[in-house]
Ligand binder design. Structure first.
Ligand SMILES: C[S@@+](CC[C@H](N)C(=O)[O-])C[C@H]1O[C@@H](n2cnc3c(N)ncnc32)[C@H](O)[C@@H]1O
Length: 286
């Protein structure tokens, strides 16, 4: 088990939306508030591989729509709920948080589930004392929005139950912020490959190209501040030692099983009384 020191608890959070002259909200291109429907469709079109990876690492869902078993799961930065439903099929209780009101409204409207509580919250506000511990935590394509990634990751780690699973994925890119020209080229390259390799129906390939070239979308994507691969590896190694890493195109993914007992982690130790050192992930380690 790692002996890395635990960082201080996250302090006050910055406002989600800055105010312009007269207090009017300013449209922040980094926010997805005005892109909910487009994001939802984009994620549907490109998300199959990630959904398969998450499904592989999560427990099997229950038969005929029933929940598989007990347990609690957290979707940290749930967006329009693309992965919340995977968790809802597998756990009795799901907390899905996102800092964006419009994203959460969209998820509640499109993906309502009796066992899911959607909340407009910063993922860094989820704490063991307020929210308890979770058997599975999913955080997809969200970390690069959060200023201090290490602090956010330590916070997520603090709410995973001993023996629980953490599944993270985010786009990592040595360019930091990709240019609009590069994003356009990439959209066209993907379109051509989709058609040549019959990767998806022509109508869907064209729809994906149109979404990717949308001006608001390009504004958003070109203002992303992505982690560099070296920084990603350093931070995930520090917080989740022994994790299994995978890549999907530009996205880097991590799966990690929390040790059965964490030395110096009062939250998990006191809640479970567990004292035995636990196993790491079953697959190859980084
Ligand atoms: C690209 S979307 C990903 C949504 C979803 N996880 C998915 O994979 O489809 C990123 C989401 O992170 C949310 N977000 C950004 N910073 C956040 C924070 N500090 N706490 C919670 N959510 C955050 C955004 O509002 C947005 O909905």
């Amino acid at each position: 088990m790692s002996s890395s020191p635990r960082p201080p608890v996250a302090g006050p959070l910055p406002p989600a939306t800055p105010a312009g002259p007269g207090g009017a909200p300013v449209r922040d291109p980094r926010s997805l508030d005005h892109l909910t429907a487009r994001y939802h469709r984009y994620a549907e079109l490109v998300g199959a591989e990630l959904r398969a990876w998450l499904s592989f690492h999560l427990p099997r869902p229950g038969r005929s729509g029933s929940v598989a078993g007990a347990g609690r799961a957290l979707d940290a930065g749930c967006g329009t709920g693309a992965h919340t439903t995977l968790l809802a099929d597998r756990f009795t209780e799901v907390l899905a948080v996102d800092i964006s009101g419009p994203m959460v409204d969209y998820a509640r409207g499109r993906r309502p589930r009796g066992n899911v509580r959607y909340e407009v919250r910063d993922l860094r506000s989820v704490t063991p004392s307020m929210d308890g511990l979770f058997d599975a935590i999913v955080c997809a394509h969200t970390l690069h929005y959060v200023g201090d990634v290490a602090r956010a990751l330590w916070r997520l780690r603090s709410v995973v139950r001993p023996g629980g699973t953490v599944l993270l994925v985010d786009v990592v890119d040595e360019r930091g912020s990709p240019s609009r020209a590069w994003l356009r080229r990439q959209a066209w390259t993907r379109f051509v490959e989709d058609i040549h390799r019959h990767r998806r129906p022509v109508r869907q390939a064209a729809e994906l190209l149109r979404l990717s070239l949308d001006c608001d979308w390009l504004d958003h994507e070109s203002t992303d501040r992505l982690l560099m691969p070296g920084d990603w590896h350093a931070v995930v190694r520090a917080v989740f030692p022994g994790a299994t890493l995978a890549t999907f195109d530009r996205a880097h993914a991590l799966s990690w099983t929390a040790p059965r007992a964490e030395a110096g982690c009062p939250d998990s130790a006191t809640r479970t009384g567990a004292r035995t050192a636990g196993a790491g992930p079953a697959e190859g380690r980084q």
